[in-house]
Design a protein around this ligand. Structure first.
Ligand SMILES: Cc1ncc(COP(=O)(O)O)c(C=O)c1O
Length: 443
């Protein structure tokens, strides 16, 4: 078997088959092999535990990427969450009656966010974000949304790409076309840049009276500049728009709460998703009662939002999260990783930019041929039995031995990158095509 065949493995073969019967190959853009290492990525797993994953060939990898797309801060297959969820399966996961865990979780979420008075549930981040926007439009009787950043796949959000406006660059993934999104939604979405208050002030001066909501993450690749979130809060109050923080990814990272509790700025609604239940589908909207009440005046309702595993997993996850002070641990691990990236890059003469709050760390290779260079990074890390990308989402199961393995590999791989740049042969070292950086149709 030649080296290329050896690296393909069973997972790549299955993925090629999947592409013929599942449009796009998978249900999430971020899980396409093309987003990591086309034609070489293992693609499928047989089992996962802590921060380790076994592929279909039985090869074991340490996960130093986003660890379950940012869902699993306690580590894969956490024993406490497993025990709670298996108990819920045994006692019936979906019945004619409601699971009491819904009420327990609502109390817990309001206890952790004392400004919030009511809670609704869904199962995915995109769903809860669609829910917040529907509630805001219902509560204000207005249509327009000022927004910053990524918020899922639903029409309300993707309609922002109907505008022929360069201002959207940096908010949506490059290459996303709003096909199938009603043109009637055009001009309902008004983008502003994070930490650029003047953008939002401009929107408010032109559209303040038709603004239903301001939608944003309280932090992402950078934290908020001093006073930024406070000013956004004041502007929202001034024009009567609902302030919505999307904490689908930022929540539960540095404390057992959303990041807004750390910043001390309280919106009207907050959406939580993936991270709250450690890999079991669950999502929630929390908010002020006056606004949340509109969730029963418009129609928001779905059968599987009433199943028992989601709230059960969330209670177990948040209970362990609070007891073990997971936020502090993730912050410490992320800080170590960000320091290591900077130090090793400097030693190897590689120019990188490090960003993100520590538990959601990322780096960018500051070169023109970034896609090829990043592909080479992922390929070489995979050879060293590490699933890696330009993001490292810290995890409670990232222990010293995993970090040691990661840092040793980083030394070797940053050295290879540096050498490839020097010899100008980055692409020649790739065993497959260059990775995709945004959305692309898989032909
Ligand atoms: C900030 C933010 N909002 C919404 C979403 C959508 O969540 P989901 O993929 O669960 O629908 C994501 C997913 O990455 C996200 O990061």
């Amino acid at each position: 078997m030649n080296i290329n065949e050896l690296h393909k493995g069973k997972g790549q073969k299955l993925y090629q088959k999947a592409r013929t019967i599942i449009p796009g190959g998978t249900q999430l853009l971020g899980k396409r092999a093309e987003m990591y290492l086309p034609e070489q990525w293992p693609s499928y797993y047989s089992k996962a535990k802590g921060c380790e994953i076994w592929d279909l060939n039985g090869r074991k990898f340490t996960d130093c990427s986003m660890v379950g797309i940012g869902t699993s801060v306690l580590g894969y297959s956490d024993p406490e969450v497993n025990a709670a969820v298996i108990g819920a399966v045994r006692n019936g996961s979906m019945t004619t009656l409601n699971p009491p865990e819904e009420v327990e979780l609502a109390e817990l979420l309001c206890d952790l966010h004392p400004w919030a008075e009511m809670v609704r549930y869904a199962r995915t981040g995109g769903e809860v974000m669609a829910m917040t926007v529907r509630i805001a439009r219902a509560a204000t009787g207005r249509d327009k949304i000022a927004f910053c950043g990524y918020h899922g796949w639903h029409d309300w959000y993707i309609s922002s790409n109907l505008a022929e406006d360069k201002a959207l660059d940096g908010h949506l993934l490059p290459g996303l076309e709003p096909l199938g999104v009603p043109r009637g939604l055009k001009d309902t979405m008004l983008p502003f840049r994070f930490n650029h208050l003047e953008d939002l002030q401009h929107i408010i001066s032109e559209h303040g009276q038709s603004l239903a909501a301001i939608v944003m993450e309280p932090c992402r690749d950078e934290g908020p500049a001093p006073g930024f979130l406070e000013s956004v809060r004041n502007l929202a109050t001034q024009v009567g728009a609902v302030l919505i923080f999307d904490e689908v990814t930022s929540g539960w990272r540095m404390a057992t709460s959303g990041m807004h509790m750390i910043y001390g700025v309280y919106p009207d609604l907050v959406a939580f998703g993936k991270t709250m239940s450690n890999g079991i589908a669950m999502a929630a909207v929390i908010g002020r009662a006056e606004i949340m009440d509109f969730a029963q005046r418009t129609f928001i309702s779905s059968s599987y939002w009433t199943e028992r595993l989601g709230p059960t997993a969330a209670i177990a996850t948040l209970t362990k999260h609070r007891r073990e002070n997971i936020g502090q641990y993730l912050t410490e691990v992320g800080t170590q990783v960000q320091r290591a990236w900077k130090k090793i890059a400097l030693q190897e003469g590689l120019i990188i930019k490090v960003s993100g709050i520590p538990p959601l760390a990322s780096f960018s290779l500051e070169y023109d041929n970034k896609p090829a260079l990043l592909t080479l990074f992922i390929q070489e890390m995979l050879d060293r039995k590490i699933l890696a990308s330009d993001r490292f989402y810290a995890n409670f199961c990232h222990k010293e031995r995993h970090l040691k393995q990661y840092f040793k590999a980083l030394h070797e791989v940053f050295h290879i990158l540096s050498d490839a740049l020097l010899k100008d042969d980055v692409e020649a070292r790739l065993r497959g095509p260059v990775k995709h950086m945004g959305f692309k149709r898989l032909t």
